[in-house]
Ligand binder design. Structure first.
Ligand code: GLU
Length: 433
C-alpha cells in the first residue's frame, strides 16, 4: 500500500535554490544515492527536530524597551546532545539558523563527535548596543532558550559576533537559573570559567590542517602559495596567520571594512595589529604603497592558489565561481558556496574542502572543552592542538577515500560519511513509540 502521508515541504520556511536551507536540502538530495538502505530515513534530515523562536525584550540604557527576535534550532539529536554556536547578526532568520543547525549535525558526524546539531541566533546588530545592553540581551535570550539547552541537552558556543564574554554571561545565566555552576552548558568560555586552551584559534587551525592535507595531495607547496581570505574575524585571521607561518603569502583580504591586495603578501604582524586597533582590514597599510585598496567585487578576480571564504553564507555565487582563479577553496565559513557554484568549481577542476569538514576544528575543540569540564581536568595547549590535528587529518583522509571510491566531490563524500553515521544511529534507536 502506498503511503498517503507523503512528506510535504515545511510550511514555516520558503527556501530558494541559493538560500541557506535550499542549499542544504540540495546537498542532502545529492547524497541519497550513496546511502543504501538508510535512504529510508533521509526525510529525518530534511526537517529540524525542534525549533524555538523567542522574544527577547530588554531595557535600553535610555529607558526605552527594545524587542529582538531570537532562535534556537535543534536539527538532530540522534548521536548526542545538540551542539552549535549562537550568532548575533541583523540578517539572522529562522531559515538561516535551521540551515546552520543542520550543517552542525553533518559537521559533528563528519569528525565523529558524539553530538547532534543545533544553532541559535538573535536578529540584532550588536555593534549598536552598549556593553550593558549586550549583556542584558544575552542573558534574557539565554533564559528564554533555557528550557531546551543544558550540558546534556544542547550546548551553545560562539559564532559570528559572539565570543568568550557572551559565553560567560550565558554560562552564568543558565547556572543562576538552575542553582548550579554549569560550566558544561556552553563552550568557547574564558579559561577561568572552564574554557579550553586553543579554543579561540581552533576553527582557523582546522582550516589550516585540512588545507595543508589537501595541498599536499594536490602537490601544491604552501611555501610561497598565494592566499586570499574573505572575512578577517576569528576564523579567517587565525587561518591566515597559520598559512603565513607555513610560508604562504596572504595576498588579499576582505571584510566589512574594505578589501586590500598586495601581490607580495601582507606583513601579517602589521595587518593583525591594524585589525586589532581599527576593527577591520580597511585602511591598511597607511604609507606602504605595495598594499592597495581594491574594489569589493575585484576580490574574486585575485590571482591566488588558495581561496578561503571565512565570512557568511552564499558568497560564492555561480557568477563568482566562473571567475575564481584559485586551485583550492577552503570553506572557513558555513555555507559560503551555493549549489550551482559548487558544480562550476568542480567542472573547472577547483577543489573545494567543504565547510562541514574544513571548519570543524572549532566544534572539535569545543568537544575537548566539554570533556575537560566534565572531568575537571584540563589539558595543555600542545595536547589540544595535537589531538585536533589528528582528528581533522584523519577525518579528511576517510572523506577523501570515500570521494575516490565513488568519484564524487569532497562535499558529497563528507555528507555520505556523516549521513551514514547519523542515519545508522537513527535506525538503531528506532521510532518511538
Ligand atoms: N560556531 C562554530 C561552528 O559553526 C562552532 C560551534 C561549536 O563549537 O559548537 O562550527
Amino acid at each position: 500500500m502506498s503511503n498517503p502521508h507523503q512528506p510535504s515541504p515545511l510550511s514555516y520556511v520558503q527556501p530558494t535554490a541559493n538560500s541557506p536551507w535550499g542549499t542544504y536540502l540540495s546537498q542532502v538530495d545529492r547524497v541519497v544515492p550513496y546511502l543504501g538502505h538508510l535512504a529510508r530515513w533521509v526525510e529525518t534530515l530534511k526537517r529540524p527536530k525542534r525549533a524555538l523562536i523567542v522574544d527577547v525584550p530588554i531595557e535600553l540604557d535610555n529607558g526605552d524597551v527594545a524587542h529582538f527576535e531570537g532562535y534556537r534550532v535543534q536539527h538532530n539529536l540522534s548521536r548526542g546532545p545538540g551542539k552549535g554556536g549562537v550568532r548575533f547578526h541583523p540578517d539572522v532568520t529562522l531559515e538561516e539558523v535551521m540551515a546552520l543547525s543542520a550543517w552542525m549535525t553533518v559537521k559533528c558526524a563528519a569528525v565523529n563527535l558524539p553530538y547532534g546539531g543545533a544553532k541559535g541566533g538573535i536578529r540584532v546588530d550588536p555593534k549598536q548596543l552598549s556593553h550593558k545592553e549586550l549583556e542584558r540581551m544575552t542573558r534574557r535570550y539565554t533564559s528564554e532558550i533555557g528550557i531546551i539547552i543544558g550540558p546534556q541537552r544542547d550546548i551553545p558556543a560562539p559564532d559570528v559576533n559572539t565570543n568568550g564574554q557572551i559565553m560567560a554571561w550565558m554560562m552564568d545565566t543558565y547556572s543562576m537559573n538552575t542553582g548550579t555552576t554549569a560550566t558544561g552548558v556552553v563552550t568557547g568560555k574564558p579559561i577561568h570559567l572552564g574554557g579550553s586552551l586553543g579554543r579561540i584559534k581552533a576553527t582557523g587551525r582546522g582550516v589550516f590542517v585540512t588545507g595543508r592535507e589537501a595541498a599536499r595531495r594536490l602537490g601544491l607547496d604552501l611555501n610561497g602559495a598565494r592566499i586570499a581570505v574573505q572575512g578577517f574575524g576569528n576564523v579567517g585571521a587565525s587561518a591566515a596567520e597559520l598559512f603565513a607561518q607555513a610560508g604562504g603569502l596572504i595576498v588579499a583580504a576582505q571584510d566589512h571594512t574594505g578589501t586590500i591586495f598586495n601581490a607580495h603578501g601582507f606583513d601579517m604582524a602589521d595587518l593583525m595589529a591594524h585589525v586589532k586597533a581599527s576593527g577591520g582590514v580597511g585602511g591598511f597599510p597607511g604609507a606602504d604603497v605595495a598594499t592597495l585598496p581594491i574594489d569589493h567585487e575585484a576580490f574574486w578576480d585575485v590571482a591566488c592558489d588558495i581561496l578561503i571564504p571565512a565570512a557568511l553564507e552564499g558568497q560564492i555565487t555561480a557568477a563568482r565561481a566562473q571567475r575564481i582563479l584559485a586551485r583550492l577553496v577552503l570553506e572557513g565559513a558555513n555555507g559560503p558556496t551555493v549549489p550551482a557554484a559548487d558544480d562550476i568549481l568542480a567542472d573547472r577542476g577547483i577543489l573545494v574542502v567543504p565547510d562541514v569538514i574544513c571548519n570543524a576544528g572549532g566544534v572539535t575543540v569545543s568537544y575537548f572543552e566539554w570533556v575537560q569540564d566534565f572531568s575537571s581536568f584540563f589539558w595543555s595547549e600542545d595536547e589540544i592542538n595535537l589531538r585536533l590535528d589528528k582528528i581533522m587529518a584523519g577525518a579528511l583522509k576517510h572523506i577523501w577515500d570515500t570521494a575516490d571510491q565513488h568519484q564524487i566531490t569532497l562535499r558529497t563524500a563528507t555528507f555520505a560519511v556523516a549521513c551514514e553515521r547519523i542515519l545508522t544511529a537513527r535506525e538503531e534507536r528506532g521510532l518511538y513509540p
